[in-house]
Design a binder for this molecule. Structure first.
Ligand SMILES: [Ca+2]
Ligand SMILES: [Ca+2]
Length: 411
């Protein structure tokens, strides 16, 4: 008999066999009535407790389950109410904002999102446009981006936005870099001086880049808004999906890498020109003979200059040449460092291939490098920079004549 074997007291079969025989007689009549009841009885009989105790345990268990169910129901109801209340509050806040400014907030339609999914996903940008006719001032607000494409190995990006107008491209603004995020909140505004007549012929370009300390910054996507299509009666604010960058317009002049080191106690500024890549070909045969000119300006006056050696017939020269200048701590705040790449020509005039400048009033990547150098005294800080056209840099930074020789001493 299985009941006997399962019993812990197999040496005293009388104590365990008694309830088994009892059970077989009581359930014999029930089994014919209902097999389910028969099974339940079978189970109950196997439990070595009096029936009233088993029923009491069942009752307490059922009561506990009932209480648990009631608690869960209550919680769910409370959450639902909270969400409803929050939604109500949001609605009220939005209405308040909309009441103050005539903002048209446009979310991309579901249909648009579906259409965009066939293209490469780059994320979207919330921007605003406002034109002040009396002051001929266009204000571009870069608010936030969402769901940006990841460009770095860790599945994230370090986004910043470049803003300029076409075709003038007189000023190029950049937002701060937001490290390791695909949903940055930039909240920056940039102003451009544009007359009413040229406003309608202009296009605002907003490009989101991924910042990289030691390699070229990659473009994530861009928006181009033709200003003739904008309704200027109210502030325009909208989300737009980022598009693939238009390659035709971006003139690539190559990149240059150099390190900067400033030692305040010794009043020494050291620049190491490391290398350049992807330079423009200036000579017949598709090559150039590049060298780098380094110029220091003090209070926007030409001050000191040096040059690297010439690297013949290459678009990717490697220099690793170091230059040290005496610059006191007082002067470093008023200094501009102008770096330009030139193509050497034996017979004709040398041509400028690209230029950038650094200093306390530089912008974007150049300002970042300068600030990193100042905040890390005695430590060399290396960084890549995209070269700009010499005309563009000259229009932003106009240097006056050279500082006369006799006035060099007192500095
Ligand atoms: Ca990056
Ligand atoms: Ca040449």
């Amino acid at each position: 008999m299985p009941a006997l074997h399962s019993s812990p007291n197999s040496s005293h079969p009388f104590t365990t066999t008694l309830p088994v025989t009892d059970y077989s007689t009581t359930t014999h009549t029930n089994s014919t009535l209902n097999p389910a009841a028969n099974f339940v009885n079978d189970v109950l009989n196997k439990i070595p407790l009096p029936r009233w105790a088993i029923y009491a345990i069942f009752a307490v268990g059922a009561l506990l389950i009932l209480i648990c169910c009631l608690c869960i129901c209550c919680k769910c109801c409370c959450k639902g109410n909270k969400k409803k209340r929050q939604k109500k509050n949001e609605k009220i806040n939005l209405n308040e904002v909309n009441g103050k400014t005539t903002t048209a907030l446009v979310q991309p339609d579901v249909a648009d999102v579906g259409y965009g999914s066939t293209k490469q996903h780059r994320g979207k940008l919330l921007y605003s446009l406002d034109y002040n006719g009396a002051q001929s001032e266009l204000t571009v607000g870069i608010k936030q981006a969402d769901g940006l494409k990841s460009m770095d190995l860790g599945g994230s990006s370090d986004p910043y936005v470049k803003v300029y107008t076409c075709p003038e491209k007189s000023k190029i603004f950049e937002t701060k870099v937001f490290r390791h995020t695909l949903n940055p909140a930039f909240n920056e505004r940039f102003s451009f001086q544009i007359s009413k007549s040229s406003l309608l012929k202009s296009t605002v370009v907003m490009q989101i880049f991924d910042f990289n300390r030691f390699s070229k910054h990659n473009i994530i996507g861009e928006l181009r808004v033709e200003l003739c299509n904008v309704d200027w009666n109210h502030v325009m604010e909208e989300w737009q999906d980022l598009a693939e960058p238009a390659k035709f317009e971006e003139e690539n002049l190559g990149d240059i890498c150099f390190s900067l080191r400033y030692v305040p106690t010794a009043s020494k500024l050291t620049l190491v020109v490391l290398e350049a890549k992807g330079l423009k070909s200036m000579d017949t045969g598709g090559s150039s003979d590049p060298y780098v000119k380094v110029q220091l300006a003090l209070d926007k006056r030409k001050w000191k200059k040096r040059k690297t050696s010439i690297k013949k017939k290459t678009l990717n020269p490697y220099y690793n040449e170091s230059f040290t200048f005496d610059v006191s701590f007082d002067q470093i705040q008023r200094v501009h460092l102008v770096i330009s790449v030139w193509d050497h020509d034996a017979v004709s005039r040398n041509d400028a291939m690209g230029k950038i400048f650094l200093g306390c009033d530089a912008s974007g990547n150049q300002l970042r490098h300068w600030a990193d150098m100042l905040s890390n005294p005695r430590r060399p800080v290396a960084q890549w920079h995209s070269l700009l056209s010499a005309e563009q840099v000259n229009s932003t930074l106009t240097l006056k004549r050279k500082i006369p020789l006799q006035s060099k001493r007192p500095f």
